[in-house]
Design a protein around this ligand. Structure first.
Ligand SMILES: [Zn+2]
Length: 117
């Protein structure tokens, strides 16, 4: 399953971050999932539950934020929402458009518990 390997990579990053900050646990994780990231949010949720087991994030609250894809037209400079890779500007019908966001899958923030607190 594609999502499971992604989830395991995310947990790896969490482990690294925790180590960097001399932390024992990660208490909350916020993930941003673009609608064009190719990741199925429900599948990722399921995979994350598996991946965090026996990791620093085992007890972390997991939050998921869906990022709607937005493209910008290079021709008329208008921005528009899109859910398709074949994006035509709805204002001027130009094909000269590019994505601003929506392809990303990232950790937008995380809360860690340090040994000092
Ligand atoms: Zn346009």
């Amino acid at each position: 399953m594609h999502e499971l390997s992604i989830a395991m990579q995310i947990v790896e990053i969490l482990e690294e971050e925790a180590k960097k900050h001399d932390a024992k646990t990660v208490s909350a994780v916020h993930l941003a999932i673009g609608t064009l990231s190719g990741v199925e949010p429900d599948a990722l949720k399921f995979a994350m539950e598996e991946a965090v087991r026996e990791s620093v994030a085992e007890k972390a609250e997991l939050h998921y934020h869906i990022i709607e894809a937005v493209a910008v037209c290079e021709n008329c400079c208008n921005e528009f929402k899109t859910d398709d890779y074949f994006k035509v500007c709805p204002y001027c019908n130009s094909l000269n458009t590019s994505f601003l966001k929506g392809k990303e899958l990232k950790i937008s923030s995380l809360d860690i518990v340090t040994n000092h607190s």
